[in-house]
Design a protein around this ligand. Structure first.
Ligand code: FAD
Length: 413
């Protein structure tokens, strides 16, 4: 049951923190080291159950509006809750993309009906959302996609394929960008849809990665019928919707999202882990190792300050929303530095342990996965382009298809 105060005034952050601390102790299990990896089938069910507990306790969706099951509180409340929740098992699988990206986009652009139905269900742990953006021919040129939705009366018929969709096999709906008008330049002919993952005509294949994880999916849409109210935002306004979604995605990747609770696994290691590792491998006195650990600590300090600085600058209007790319880029650099340091310290032990166990054995897998952090949420090269063009105001990159109707753009087969 919710322990939230009855009155409508905003609860002071300290009082909220105390209440959260007491509630977490009584209601959530302690964090389990063995659950820190990539989600598996069982972990989705567990995440849904944990989310339901948060919702019943009045701690789900701290920065989402109350009308849709959130708490209507501030970023400071969210941060206090995250601090307090670090020692407990949280539904981390739901943070990205469900809460930080898809639900945040729905909260901004959804119709009242979409918000009442889907946001509420997400915050109660009843719905999981996925992102259907990238396509087999490339993800960076997102506006050049070729999945199509054609009108049939009031309905739409969806055909095409999406790829690299994180956790789509465990999701209920996907936010899917499709081309609805081929006669206009590429950014103008797109519409975003809310697609039921288990609708007739949707098939999902899981992709096995080098780490052994099968979290990634490819979806095939064969004449999937969508009702008119599946459109998110405006028909033909898919790029505007996607631009908002990408702002939330960069915030999620950079660590500035106000919509997630609990530990953020992709934001670099807790550098105490590196110290423990150096001790366990007898390398704590090695000057090179000490230097690496120092650099990792420094990166964490800078990253945390950058998050605060950029978040404030964006909310005050001193920097454009595209500045989220600065934090996104630094987050990836931090993760790389720390993953590489862990690998250097662990040496051959990183590849010989039990891959499912905690500790040293995971380091080899983290190392294999580290490239993902400079691709997920848009690549670091694209982040550099965005910073130069939209934050620093440098000239735009040349594009042969700019302003050209999409059906006249030359494309490979
Ligand atoms: C962990 C993870 C989770 C993901 N989850 C999802 C998801 O849930 N849903 C989804 O839709 N997608 C998802 N993706 C896909 C991700 O969005 C794409 O990988 C990303 O946008 C890059 O697209 P691509 O892989 O097709 O690379 P490409 O676009 O083919 O690019 C290949 C390389 O060329 C570089 N490049 C391309 N164009 C330029 C340019 N103009 N200037 C400079 N360099 C350029 C890129 O930076 C990259 O290094 C995920 C990816 C990862 C790694």
């Amino acid at each position: 049951m919710s322990t939230a105060p009855e009155n409508t005034e905003l609860e002071p952050v300290d009082a909220f923190r105390d209440r959260a601390r007491r509630w977490l102790k009584e209601n959530l299990p302690p964090a389990s080291q063995s659950r820190l990896g990539v989600p598996d089938d069982e972990s989705w069910d567990r995440a849904r159950r944990l989310q339901r507990i948060l919702s019943e306790g009045g701690f789900a969706g701290i920065c989402f509006p109350k009308a849709y099951g959130g708490q209507g509180l501030t970023l400071a409340h969210q941060r206090a809750f995250t601090d307090e929740s670090l020692g407990y098992e949280m539904p981390l699988e739901l943070n990205v993309p469900t809460l930080a990206i898809c639900a945040a986009t729905l909260a901004e652009l959804g119709t009242e009906e979409q918000k009442r139905t889907h946001l509420t269900a997400v915050l109660q742990g009843e719905e999981i959302l996925a992102q259907f953006l990238s396509e087999p021919k490339g993800g960076s040129d997102l506006a050049g996609l070729t999945t199509r939705a054609d009108r049939d009366g009031d309905d739409w018929i969806l055909n095409g394929s999406k790829i690299w969709s994180s956790g789509a096999y465990g999701a209920d709906y996907g936010l899917c960008l499709a081309r609805t008008d081929w006669d206009v330049p590429k950014h103008n002919g797109l519409t975003m849809f809310l697609v039921p993952v288990h609708a007739p005509g949707v098939s999902i294949q899981r992709i096995k990665q080098v780490t052994g994880s099968t979290e990634f999916c490819q979806e095939f849409f064969d004449d999937v019928r969508l009702p008119a109210d599946a459109v998110i935002g405006e028909v033909g306004g898919g790029w505007a919707a996607t631009s908002r979604l990408l702002v939330h995605e960069r915030a999620a990747m950079g660590g500035t999202s106000p919509y997630t609770s609990g530990r953020r696994p992709h934001l670099g290691a807790d550098t105490n882990v590196l110290v423990d590792l150096a001790r366990d491998t007898g390398r704590l006195d090695d000057p090179r190792v000490r230097e690496d650990i120092g650099a990792a600590r420094m990166m964490n300090v800078v990253r945390n300050q950058l998050i605060d600085h950029v978040t404030q600058a964006i909310s005050s209007g001193a920097m454009p929303p595209a500045a989220g790319s600065v934090v996104r880029l630094f987050g990836a650099e931090t993760t790389w530095q720390q993953t590489d340091s862990a690998m250097t310290i662990a040496g051959s032990a990183a590849v010989t342990g039990d891959a499912d166990g905690p500790g040293i054995a995971r380091i080899g897998l983290d190392y294999l996965f580290r490239n993902a952090w400079s691709l997920a949420g848009g690549s670091t090269e694209m982040a550099r382009n965005i910073i130069s063009e939209r934050v620093l105001g440098m000239p735009r990159e040349y594009a042969a298809d700019r302003g050209v109707p999409f059906n006249q753009v030359k494309r490979g087969r």
